[in-house]
Design a protein around this ligand. Structure first.
Ligand SMILES: NC(=O)c1ccc[n+]([C@@H]2O[C@H](COP(=O)([O-])OP(=O)(O)OC[C@H]3O[C@@H](n4cnc5c(N)ncnc54)[C@H](O)[C@@H]3O)[C@@H](O)[C@H]2O)c1
Length: 248
């Protein structure tokens, strides 16, 4: 039987990369999927690839009204919301040490990765509660679990995501909302392939992967577990999908 039969999922930043792989997988596993993506064309492409009635909603996760409208449209279209995957985010080549990074890069990533996740939860969790409970899947990173130099803006944002994942898990467990996060190491999306190519520290990190390089599908598979009832007793956890990087 399909692992997400009867579920409604909203995935942010699913126009490309990990979010796209997750949207396609969730739809294949029977979920009704809403793609909340700032790039309208990319969002439509993912919805088309996913099929099973998936919809794309042009959304800016850093804007409360826009995120609210995405949650409302999803619930109106599909009648509920059970799975919220706050996936939109990502680092850039501008990141650096706390001393060298441009201040604008700090606020960019705090706004997108941390505040975007905060807003997604703020407007999404009440809808999940109205739907009888469900699963929030945030996107952290291995930078939140180990000391990786030269990415202090991104590290601050993803550390914040990991921390609020735990507090929200405690706050909303009584209403049957589970809150977990995935902490991937370098995952070979188009964006990351370009980043790794120009960065010696990231290239060394990629070479340290015990089981080889991680593909978007590997992260989507973890998201599927966290979205499904197979993880019904799992909450407040930060799951590395890292090819052994954090233990080697
Ligand atoms: N790829 C990796 O190596 C890696 C590692 C650890 C964590 N992550 C995290 O996984 C998530 C997805 O990463 P990815 O590599 O697939 O990224 P990606 O750049 O391929 O995709 C991100 C998507 O988010 C969209 N987006 C950007 N700003 C937005 C906004 N304001 N509102 C809505 N959508 C917006 C982009 O248009 C894009 O489609 C991010 O949170 C990233 O930090 C990625």
């Amino acid at each position: 039987m399909a692992r997400l039969a009867g579920k409604v999922a909203l995935i942010t930043g699913a126009g490309t990369g990990i979010g796209r792989a997750t949207g396609v997988l969730f739809a294949r596993e029977g979920a009704r999927v809403a793609i909340a993506e700032i790039d309208a064309v990319a969002g439509e492409e993912t919805a088309h690839l996913a099929g099973h009635g998936a919809i794309a909603i042009r959304t800016d996760v850093t804007d409360e009204a826009s995120m609210e409208a995405a949650v409302r449209a999803t619930a109106q279209q599909f009648g509920a919301l059970h799975i919220l995957h706050n996936n939109a985010g990502g680092s850039t080549a501008q990141d650096n040490t706390v001393v060298e990074a441009p201040i604008e890069e700090f606020w960019r990533v705090i706004q997108l990765d941390l505040f975007g996740t905060f807003l997604g939860c703020r407007v999404g969790i009440p809808e999940i509660i109205r739907s009888g409970g469900g699963s929030v899947i945030n996107m952290s990173s291995n930078v939140a679990l180990m000391g990786i130099p030269g990415r202090d803006c991104y590290t601050a944002a993803k550390g914040g995501v990991a921390a609020i994942t735990r507090s929200m898990a405690v706050e909303f467990a009584p209403q049957r909302v589970r809150v977990n996060a995935i902490a991937p190491s370098a995952t070979m999306t188009e964006r990351v392939r370009k980043l790794v190519a120009g960065n010696a520290a990231l290239t060394r990190l990629a070479e340290a992967h015990l089981l080889g390089l991680i593909e978007p599908q590997d992260i989507a598979d973890m998201a599927l577990f966290l979205a499904s009832d197979e993880s019904r007793m799992v909450t407040g956890q930060i799951y590395p999908v890292d090819s052994g990087v954090t233990i080697s």
